[in-house]
Every structure is written in structure tokens, then in C-alpha cells.
Design a protein around this ligand. Structure first.
Ligand SMILES: Nc1nc2c(ncn2[C@@H]2O[C@H](COP(=O)(O)OP(=O)(O)OP(=O)(O)O)[C@@H](O)[C@H]2O)c(=O)[nH]1
Ligand SMILES: [Mg+2]
Length: 244
């Protein structure tokens, strides 16, 4: 038994079943629908597993973590400034290739991630076979097949969350190598980013975003981190849904 509450963020493309999983985990009933981009607020709830308490945060569906939309900024800022203990990337088993794009972006930002492959029931119906072991070995993080709607694989997912939150899992997230030109830019920026930001932020990812001229990120980073953390906390609204 531990007094600490661990924060678990649910991320993923729109319509991958994040809110369905959130409802299963928390027992709350966040309304879900089958059209994309529906969750424009984020919801929080609690979940207990093996004596530990988890704060589950259901983030809006996003295709990337760049600054293309308010939703993407909300998801990005949560990862960057709230630094969840575990990030569960919920991917659609029937559209793995497209969905893994976001998973790879998450892995650039955190090594505390689990990939939950949802809609396994649909994938099975379609005759898809997903080699989760091989995928986990490639991605360097745990991969857990689930069917949130049928409540399948939930215990296995929570066991992985539990192991990660308590530091029993060592991950080696796949790191994308870019063109020599970009890698040179990253190498130049890295020492500066580390000097200014310390170890609290994913330096390589920030360097990459800076190279991409991500103005919104620059704006977010210009503020004192303490203030950002406070602002992030202002999102919090345990057990209910709050606009951000
Ligand atoms: N077949 C099947 N459908 C599922 C499963 N999980 C969720 N769904 C359905 O997928 C649709 C989208 O689910 P949501 O939970 O709203 O998805 P979301 O990721 O929260 O969507 P956004 O908030 O819009 O990003 C709903 O119709 C769910 O019932 C599953 O395991 N199997
Ligand atoms: Mg949702």
C-alpha cells in the first residue's frame, strides 16, 4: 500500500477508445461517441489497482503533438509540464500503421509509456494478427492488447501500469533518427536546451521542435516552468469533466 497517487495519461488518435477505456478504469461515465475529435475537454477520475491509487486523465484525441490545434497543445503540454508517471497510448488495432505515428512521437517525449492496442475484437473479426511481443521489442516499451468495450485485457494493462509506475519496468523507447542535417542541428541545440531546461524536459524532443520553428512551444517554454505546472494543475478536477 502506498500513499502516493500516480498520474496516468490516456493519449491517442481521435476515436481509438480512450474515453471508453477511461470509463472502464474509473467507473465514470464520460459520454462517448463514434465520431472523431469529440473529446475537446479532458476528464479525470481515479482507479485503484493492487492497493495503489491512480489518477487517470483522458486527453483529447490528437494525430500529432505539434502545435496544429488547441487539442494537440493540451495533450502536448500535459505530457511536457505535468509529466505523468505513465502515458498509455491507445491505438486502434485496425489502423496500426497510422496510429503508431503518434505513439512514436510520444516515445520521443517520454520513456514512461505503454502502448495499448485497442479494438482487438475488431482486428480479430477482420482476420488481423498482431504480434504484440515483436512490436514491444521494436518500440522498446510494453504493448498490451485490449478491447476496452468488452473489458478485455484491462487487468494486464493495469499490471503494466503498476509495474511502470513503481519503477519495475526498464524501457528503451525507439528513437527516430532523422537526416544528417537535422541530427546535426539537434546536436548543436542539445547542450543549450539542457543548460536552460535542466533534466526535467525531453531535451532531444524540444531541440527537434525548435528546429521545426514551433512558435507555440517556444511561447509555452518562455513562461517560468513553475507557473506552467500551476496552470497545468488548474486543469485538474478530480472525478469530473472540465473544459481547458
Ligand atoms: N469494437 C470496439 N469498439 C470500441 C472499443 N473501444 C471503443 N470502441 C468504440 O469506439 C468508438 C470511439 O470510442 P471513444 O471512447 O469515444 O474514443 P475516443 O478515443 O475517446 O475518441 P475521441 O475523444 O474523439 O478522441 C465508440 O463507438 C466506442 O464504443 C473496443 O474495444 N472495441
Ligand atoms: Mg474521448
Amino acid at each position: 500500500m502506498t500513499d502516493r497517487t500516480y498520474t496516468v495519461a490516456l493519449m491517442g488518435n481521435p476515436n481509438t477508445g480512450k474515453s471508453t477505456l477511461f470509463n472502464v478504469l474509473t467507473g465514470l461515465r464520460q459520454h462517448t461517441g463514434n465520431w472523431p475529435g469529440k473529446t475537446v475537454t479532458h476528464a479525470e477520475g481515479e482507479c485503484r489497482h493492487r492497493g495503489a491509487l491512480y489518477r487517470i486523465v483522458d486527453l483529447p484525441g490528437t494525430y500529432s503533438l505539434y502545435s496544429n490545434s488547441a487539442d494537440e497543445e493540451v495533450a502536448r503540454d500535459f505530457l511536457l509540464f505535468q509529466r505523468p508517471d505513465v502515458t498509455v497510448v491507445v491505438v486502434d488495432a485496425t489502423a496500426l500503421e497510422r496510429n503508431l505515428n503518434l505513439a512514436l512521437q510520444v516515445l520521443e517525449m517520454t520513456d514512461r509509456a505503454i502502448v495499448a492496442i485497442n479494438l482487438m475484437d475488431e482486428a480479430k473479426k477482420k482476420g488481423f494478427h498482431i504480434n504484440t511481443k515483436k512490436l514491444a521489442a521494436k518500440l522498446g516499451v510494453p504493448v498490451v492488447p485490449i478491447s476496452a468495450r468488452n473489458r478485455e485485457g484491462i487487468d494486464a494493462l493495469l499490471d503494466a501500469v503498476d509495474a511502470m509506475a513503481h519503477g519495475r519496468i526498464h524501457t528503451t523507447p525507439l528513437s527516430i533518427r532523422y537526416s544528417p542535417e537535422i541530427e546535426r542541428g539537434i546536436a548543436k541545440l542539445l547542450p543549450l536546451v539542457k543548460e536552460l531546461m535542466g533534466d526535467t524536459h525531453p531535451a532531444r524532443w524540444i531541440a527537434l521542435r525548435l528546429l521545426d520553428g514551433d512558435a507555440s512551444l517556444l511561447q509555452a517554454l518562455k513562461q517560468p516552468p513553475q507557473r506552467l505546472i500551476k496552470e497545468g494543475n488548474a486543469y485538474a478536477c478530480c472525478g469530473s469533466v472540465k473544459s481547458v
